[in-house]
Write a protein that binds this ligand. Structure first.
Ligand code: MSP
Length: 564
């Protein structure tokens, strides 16, 4: 099994989220996924550093604060609290929260800037072009839709800029980047995103501006205080600042000494260019090693439609987690959406998936097995092991290499496939009980056979709970506790080790001693929305479909009415 040894390290990041508003479902999606990766690495005994945080400078934030009549820092401090609160509710175990307004960050940015400056990669020139403040990015004409609106932020026009900016010599790194993508095919994942980037770079790279004028909210450029450092140049370095141990002197060298290079940057596809093109070029210019992998996940839609404030069809992650609980939300997004592909949220589907997989299949399997153990074995786990079963046994044959397969899939961030593989064992467990009818065998006095069946099923539930623990840690903990383990997958004081992993991740290796815990449902069935609610949601869909095909002036008027 290719699990890490105790001393293996794994550092990963979510994007540093803009604080123009409270967190949305997109940020929750990336963070849930990153947390599952981190938990999966910890489960295998690796030392993990999960970095998340906030991107607080730039025009977008400055304007938002102005609109609210707040000093930018006051605004940022408020929004940061809502991010931290959501991560707590979603049971995200991050190790560092990086804020780009943190004091030590400026020192890191300046030191990095100095290296790139010394390299001769920064020069002053005229910048003319269309700027999307929401993306904080200059756009090519061809990237804009009608009336110079950004294709991502369709409700906001891009703004024409004509000013002196400092530029970074990205074009110098064209060959370097092409070589990187060729020699490290895994650097950008999934493959479709890699191809996008290769095509983009293949068209020829242009230098990009890394300073702004007429903007106070940011770090002044060390060589020319009239300029502010471009928010993306500053933000990417937030990953580096986060690596600095709190008690160490602030320097680039200290920040990079322990955890660099980052193993994984997990991001959404819209910010791939910054991470897979600009960032490695900036690092190369500063003479630093590159991160190992950038994974660009897909976008979420709701009921098949792009989400947006104008359309008023966003999903509030706070509502979702308050209504259904952290494990349910985590499970839906990781199981139902193949990471890398776009995915949809639909409440009826959400409820159906959770009821089918967690209440009916997994919960029910545990429940009925514990019931039978109580009845037929006085709640004592039969003292058997995997060696007592032939290799073609219906559960052993699936369970035996399940751990290895799930490790492989999770290493590739294929959580959806990993969940499916685990569910195959769970479903086989339910079928096996139905087919072998232990209640009949018990009546016939065949105790040894009953015990054989129940141990095999119990071991399958245990293994499933263990392998699902990075995704549904609280449900997995409940299952483990009902199986008699003193174990909590959320407990920091119970670090997992590589040797725990090699035993717990295999079918039939573990003998469960002692008495089973108290049985109780691990996941209660959810109520489907009422017909009225479904009707309202269908009407909304019909309305938006019509809205999409109608002309843009009418669209704006309708949006105003709809949102008022
Ligand atoms: N501040 C930058 C990142 C700087 S990293 C050094 C930023 N922030 S963001 O808050 O706008 O984006 C956060 C993440 O949310 C991105 O990964 C983005 O892809 C993701 N999503 C935003 N909307 C989304 C969906 N509808 N669906 C899935 N993820 C989406 O960009």
């Amino acid at each position: 099994m290719n699990n890490p040894t105790n001393n293996q390290k794994f550092a990963l990041t979510t994007p540093l989220y803009y604080v123009n508003g409270v967190p949305h479902i997109g940020s929750a999606y990336t963070t849930i996924t990153a947390d599952a990766v981190a938990r999966f690495q910890r489960l295998q005994g690796a030392s993990v550093l999960l970095i998340t945080g906030t991107d607080e400078h730039g025009q977008k934030i400055q304007r938002t604060a102005e609109e609210l009549g707040l000093a930018p820092q006051v605004h940022c401090d408020r929004i940061v609290e809502s991010f931290k609160s959501l991560w707590q509710r979603l049971n995200i175990k991050y190790d560092r929260f990086s804020r780009t307004t943190a004091e030590n960050h400026q020192k890191i940015v300046n030191e990095f800037f100095e290296r790139v400056w010394q390299q001769g990669d920064i020069y002053l020139a005229r910048q003319q072009g269309w700027y999307c403040v929401s993306c904080e990015e200059f756009k090519e004409e061809r990237e804009l839709i009608e009336n110079h609106h950004c294709a991502i932020h369709t409700n906001k026009p891009a703004e024409w800029r004509d000013e002196e900016n400092y530029f970074f010599r990205l074009s110098k790194y064209q060959q370097f980047l092409e070589e990187l993508y060729r020699t490290q095919p895994d650097f950008i994942q999934p493959a479709s995103r890699r191809n996008e980037v290769i095509n983009f770079v293949g068209q020829g790279l242009k230098d990009f501006s890394i300073s702004r004028v007429n903007l106070d909210w940011g770090f002044p450029m060390p060589v020319d205080k009239k300029h502010t450092i471009y928010v993306w140049f500053d933000a990417l370095l937030g990953y580096v600042t986060a690596l600095l141990d709190p008690d160490r002197e602030v320097s680039l060298e200290n920040a990079l000494s322990q955890w660099w290079p980052i193993d994984l940057h997990l991001i959404g596809k819209d910010i791939l260019r910054f991470h897979a093109v600009y960032w490695p070029a900036m690092l190369a210019s500063a003479g630093l090693p590159l991160p190992k992998k950038v994974f660009g996940h897909g976008f979420l839609t709701k009921d098949g439609l792009k989400m947006g404030k104008t359309l008023g069809n966003t999903i509030d992650p706070f509502d979702l987690v308050d209504k259904y609980g952290a494990d349910a939300v985590r499970y839906y997004f990781l199981k139902e959406i193949e990471l890398g592909k776009d995915g949809d949220f639909n409440e009826t589907r959400f409820i159906n998936v959770l009821n089918a997989d967690l209440a009916n299949d997994l919960g029910n399997l545990l429940n009925r097995t514990l019931g039978m153990l109580k009845k037929y074995c006085q709640s004592k786990v039969p003292q058997l092991s995997g060696a007592d079963y032939s290799s073609d046994h219906p559960l052993k044959s699936i369970g035996l290499d399940l751990g290895d397969r799930v490790v492989q899939m999770n290493e590739n961030l294929q959580f959806s496939q990993g969940c499916e593989a685990i569910l195959t064992l769970v479903r086989a467990g339910n079928k096996y009980i139905d087919d072998s009818a232990p209640w009949k065998l018990f009546k016939e006095g065949k105790q040894a056979e009953v015990e054989q069946i129940l141990y095999a099923v119990l071991e399958s539930v245990r293994l499933s709970a263990y392998l699902l623990s990075p995704i549904i840690p609280s449900i997995s903990s409940k299952i483990y506790q009902q199986l008699g383990f003193d174990w909590d997958f959320n407990d920091d004081n119970h670090p997992q080790t590589a040797s725990d992993f090699s035993i717990h991740s295999q079918w039939g290796k573990l003998t469960i001693e002692g008495t089973l815990g108290k049985a109780s449902p691990v996941f209660s069935k959810l109520e489907l929305p009422s017909e009225d609610q479904i009707m309202a949601s269908n009407l909304t869909k019909i309305f938006f479909d019509w809205y999409k095909v109608t002309n843009s002036k009418r669209r704006t008027a309708i949006a105003l009415v709809f949102n008022s």
